[in-house]
Design a protein around this ligand. Sequence first.
Ligand code: FES
Length: 95
Amino acid sequence: MPKVKFQPSGRSIEVPDGTTLFQAAKRAGLPVAASCDEVFVCGKCNLEIVEGADHLSKQTQKERDLLQAQGRALTDRVSCVTLVLGDCTVRASYW
Ligand code: FES
């Protein structure tokens, strides 16, 4: 199973292929900032990808639009729609 590491908390968790980054963080006991309850509308659940960007599902135009609306880099990911497909490291300033 892929391993997801969370910075700066130092926590990590193994999750089944296809788990969203949002759910992986939740299972690790790390809340994700959001206001649409994983409906893919708010874009506030964005996370910085530190390592393993190529081990995540492909980004869609809607995801890019939400990241831009939040003033985030397009290398960040909207965690409620980004699937873990391999090892990766993600960061949120509030962890
Ligand atoms: S929780 Fe709102 S877009 Fe992910």
